[in-house]
Design a protein around this ligand. Structure first.
Ligand code: PEP
Ligand code: MN
Length: 300
């Protein structure tokens, strides 16, 4: 087939890859060449030489859990705490055990924010929770399951808050940037893209649900100019692999990291295999500082 015909073909019909035509017409804002730095405050920025760490448990289980976590973060000079009070679920059966603390959880996060002067990342699952979440959060997380919940994306974007958009585990980079475009078109360019692992036929361990697509980091940074962060905890679902995947992400050029931690991982109400305990977390931060230095970056 002649080359020109093939080129036109790939430009006319959607593929899983990003064409020149996409960049011009469909992904105008997400692939623009203007480098974006997402500023959280005067000291915390995504998209610079610094690599901010976002760490904490999966869910805001209790005030005391968040206090213990905050203390370890402060000790390690980490300034962003995470924890979800509203939570998406793979399966619909919510037991008491599950612990979706909702507005009570957000109140605890409020107290943590004031007591420890930390920034808050928490998940926004539904439009109806925007008001409560925005009262406390500094960054809204749109979870992978909601990556293409376009109405939620647009409403979240309208708040003007910085947004972490997690890539769905079955979605192409083209679809991720398509979703990003829905945020950007609302005039909110405080956007951080997050690679959190993809479903592949084998994950090397039967409790490992996803595999970190490390290549997505340089690929997204090549195509778009938004900060790209990595979440090795959700990707591996397995704490012992989190350090190597963290180091690999830093080497691959990530602009931030999400690390799940818990004082007693076995007791974590969700996903007990993936959080690091506090000792492991502190060790990880120490080593990550060295890895970052070797590629002229800095953990913050
Ligand atoms: C999380 O960050 O706690 C989470 C649920 O992540 P994901 O949406 O990537 O599964
Ligand atoms: Mn989680």
């Amino acid at each position: 087939m002649n080359k020109k015909f093939v080129k036109n073909l790939s430009n006319k019909f959607p593929t899983k890859d990003i064409t020149e035509d996409d960049k011009k017409n469909k992904l105008k804002l997400s692939t623009s060449k203007k480098k974006v730095v997402v500023k959280i405050d005067k000291n915390i920025k995504f998209g610079t030489k610094e690599i901010p760490i976002i760490a904490g448990p999966n869910g805001v289980e209790s005030h005391s859990l968040m206090r213990k976590t905050a203390k370890i973060l402060v000790k390690n000079k980490i300034r962003i705490i995470r924890g979800h009070a509203y939570k998406p679920l793979t399966f619909p059966y919510r037991s008491k055990q599950y612990g979706e603390t909702q507005s009570k959880g957000m109140d605890w996060m409020d107290q943590i924010k004031k007591e420890f002067d930390l920034k808050i990342v928490t998940e926004l699952t539904e439009i109806q929770f925007i008001e409560r979440v925005c009262k406390t959060a500094d960054i809204l997380q749109i979870g992978s399951r909601n990556m293409q919940n376009l109405e939620l994306l647009r409403e979240a974007a309208k708040t003007g808050f910085p947004i972490i958009l997690k890539r769905h585990f079955g979605s192409s980079l083209r679809d991720l940037l398509g979703a990003a475009e829905h945020v950007l078109i609302e005039g909110n360019s405080n956007l951080i893209l997050c690679e959190r692992g993809v479903s592949i036929p084998h994950t090397h361990r039967d409790t490992s649900r996803f595999a970190l697509d490390i290549q997505a980091i340089p690929a997204l940074k090549e195509i778009s100019n938004f900060p790209v962060i990595s979440d090795p905890s959700h990707a591996s679902f397995w704490a012992p692999w989190v350090p190597s995947l963290t180091f690999a992400s830093i080497a691959a050029g990530c602009d931030g990291l999400i690390i799940e931690m818990h004082p007693n991982p076995k007791k974590s109400l969700v996903d007990p295999l993936q959080p690091l305990n506090f000792k492991e977390f502190s060790k990880l931060i120490k080593s990550s500082r060295l890895v970052a230095k070797s590629v002229k970056r800095k953990i913050s």
